[in-house]
Design a protein around this ligand. Sequence first.
Ligand code: PRX
Length: 647
Amino acid sequence: MADNELFPVAADWAKRAWVDAGKYKAMYEQSVQDPSAFWGEQGKRVDWIKPYSQVKDVSFDKADLHIRWFADGVLNVSANCIDRHLPKRASQTAIIWEGDDPSKAESITYQQLHDEVCRMANVMKAKGVKKGDRVTIYLPMIPAAAYAMLACARIGAVHSVVFGGFSPDSLANRIQDCDSQFLITADEGLRGGRGVPLKANADAALKTCPNVKTVLVVKHTGGRIEMAAGRDVWLHDEAAKVPATCAPEPMNAEDPLFILYTSGSTGKPKGVLHTSGGYLVFASMTHQYVFDYHDGDIYWCTADVGWVTGHSYILYGPLANGATTLMFEGVPNYPDASRFWQVIDKHKVNIFYTAPTAIRALMREGEAPVKKTSRASLRLLGSVGEPINPEAWLWYHRVIGDGRCPIVDTWWQTETGGILITPLPGAIDQKPGSATLPFFGVKPELVDGEGKVLDGATEGNLCISDSWPGQMRTVYGDHQRFIDTYFSTFPGKYFTGDGCRRDADGYYWITGRVDDVINVSGHRMGTAEVESALVAHPKVAEAAVVGYPHNIKGQGIYAYVTLKTGIQATEELRKELVQHVRTLIGPIASPDLIQWAPGLPKTRSGKIMRRILRKIAENEHSALGDTSTLADPSVVDDLVNNRMNRG
Ligand code: PRX
């Protein structure tokens, strides 16, 4: 794709959008030149119980690392997402819920949201949950997930949402890591017509979590489950006993709002910690400007609340802005490949935000499922989670948006809390495949391997040289890991882990991770996690996992496995290993390909040369580079000769 293939901002967009090109330039300049003045003003977009007098208090110096925004301000996030809208919007729909079953939908007004959140907050209080306590949420995409998160925010508890697709083991690890003693789950989830046994998974997880005293269970499908006496209670029973009002807890801007676990290049998933004030200001501001949200718009983000996109752009950003946000329980291809577009017509969705993997999967089904719907309500399209290939971008634009809707390709991370690099639809011309330019207050830098800042059109490691209010504050329980992971590779800067190219127009093109993290269908997966799951199998001696290009998923999981001496490599064992990883981590971690490796390429000091394994998986044998430093160069020939066909 040529760098100069432009999709210019349409005249009507420049006119009606919150920000046009001139305003973007002026605001961006101010935001980076005088961040305290800029954010001091922007911070007023949320309601403060006690206004802040300080704005920015940040040091990226690893000897004195601290990140504080609006530090002496006091607010409550749930009051900002609910109560302050009530005078004007009590009867406006806050959440449209669309069930997995197309005959099921619900509209929840701001008043109803208030009452449900207060009830759940009161139930939690009655069960002993206090400000600062961690609460784990393991729920399907149902309104109760939003109630649970906001109820935590209301009473100052710190939520940790665990994606419903994670296994009992993964759930247990996350409960233990933050020592949460209260779990909210449901009988079952429902996806594509099939039940997800959430309560049964939770029961299995809790075998190793003796500190969990209470499990609050939401009745969703009515499926049969076990209830442990003295521990498990039904939400509907408890909610009937408490009032529908609950005073919001005054919270300091830097009090934790949530923990969200995410994969890194090494070790166990990290508990990314976000705080209250800066996060909310940033989520709400980015939601308004990036999606050009105006009063009355119907907005739909297809993510799961188990990921950061669901936190910031289904829940906190939209609700802080008094929006109507759609929450979808199902999957894109159930009952058929037209589902997304039917939901758009049914609820008259104006703004639609999804992941490239979904677009690529639907693109494969051709135009017919799209063209039988109108999509006339659509005005703006968004993309998130992984690089969008220009072909998918163009299809999204031409077929889904009928050539009429701008596309915002939004680059960000769990750690960043909100969108950092993106077009603003009324201000920035789009190029298919580029996340374009930085949002207000964001200073991207590309650096080489030695940390030298590169100028002009170039390619390098993507760093951000100064803080923004939505930035994570620490790794829960391990501040040193926070410093080591993000501020040590390139001292004085936040290192994203992504590679990136900047073109002659200053546009940013994310090229993917440069560390041992892979991105499978927009889900982040640490190769080390999959490896440790594989070696936990009694027949496996050693394993190395890398990503490889996959037509639909973006990246697939390619595992090289060395079996213990005397173990036969069979098709059956291959299936068993895949199942084993699914059981230990969850279906999203299933290896796509497993290659039996009699040996792995290692340096003489025993380090696995992943660069070589990546090249073999990518089918780039000619680019293997220097293999002479390997302890046993002959293993490479064997791996190349027996490479798995990617299909
Ligand atoms: O590699 C980048 C990719 O997803 C990573 C962050 O993953 P996660 O924390 O799970 O958050 C996903 C949703 C924000 C990034 O390091 N990524 C995310 N958005 C884009 C992207 N890569 C390219 N283009 C994007 N728009």
